[in-house]
Ligand binder design. Sequence first.
Ligand SMILES: NC(=O)c1ccc[n+]([C@@H]2O[C@H](COP(=O)([O-])OP(=O)(O)OC[C@H]3O[C@@H](n4cnc5c(N)ncnc54)[C@H](O)[C@@H]3O)[C@@H](O)[C@H]2O)c1
Length: 319
Amino acid sequence: MKRILVTGAMGQIGSELVPALRARYGREQVIASDIRVVADQDLDAWRPFRMVDSTQRRQIQEVVSRFEIDTIFHLASLLSATSEEKPHVAWDVNMGGLYRVLEVARENRCAVFFPSSIGAFGPTTPKTRTPQDTVQRPTTMYGVTKVAGELLCDYYHTRFRVDTRGVRYPGLVSYVAPAGGGTTDYAVEIFYEALRHRRYTSFLRADSRLDMMYMPDALEAAIGVMEADPDRLVHRNAFNVTAMSFTPEELAAEIRKHLPQFAMEVRVDPTRQAIADSWPDSLDDSAARAEWDWEPTYDLAEMTKDMLEKLEAKLSASA
Ligand SMILES: NC(=O)c1ccc[n+]([C@@H]2O[C@H](COP(=O)([O-])OP(=O)(O)OC[C@H]3O[C@@H](n4cnc5c(N)ncnc54)[C@H](O)[C@@H]3O)[C@@H](O)[C@H]2O)c1
């Protein structure tokens, strides 16, 4: 990876992946892009930045040629809850965007990182320690685009030798950028509300168990799989990765160890609850461990402590 393009860079993952890549490969080597406009006061922090709509092949091609890009981290996408609200747009952005990125990658010999998700599984998938290779019959538009995306990445590798790689992320917890319309957003919002109001109303049932990961581990996963020795990779795309598995109730109990007055109520959002109910409780990540030495650092206790410290500092700085 010498010259990197990140699409959807202003989202929850990109806001932290861009600085992590720049720290590793050099600022000028990592081009951030998004369909959103960067505010004038933020331009210096984002530079080099280009507006790129990932459904527009010409725009992707222009930035790849201009900066001699050899690796694309393709993060632009609609997340699970938003995709259920707008399934047609989700198909256009998630599938149309990936297809065009892969086509540009094929013509320009770029490697591609594609983040799939636990949303690529469905109600007929084994729920506990979900295997790497298993039944994938998702019942959401998001899931459909993730399974199709995994297969398309495999196809571009076997058919055109494009160096496609990727992971299936669980729900991601972070404090830099807000969560972007996913089913696991509660696990981010709860920290903001705990610090601001000592109360939170969860939109998932208190016993809804889902797989989760803290952002520093998610960044390690993305960079780790792209830097992996290709000769060791059997799967290449859609590696299961996981760090912890918890329910809203268990997360609230962990927060209460630091903020004893914290209280959580529940008001279920049927749409997001139905999505959560169709997803696994926990993933088996042994393929990632065996093929590229994946190993997470943060468990629930360490993540909660770090999130509260970092978020408190951020909130008091902006107060
Ligand atoms: N955050 C999670 O918990 C999670 C979990 C599993 C997988 N993922 C996957 O990781 C990727 C990034 O997720 P995220 O949480 O950063 O998402 P996000 O919603 O926070 O950010 C997505 C970014 O894409 C941009 N975007 C939307 N449409 C675009 C287009 N047509 N062209 C260019 N940019 C566009 C948005 O402006 C936004 O900045 C997605 O593919 C998502 O499915 C995320």
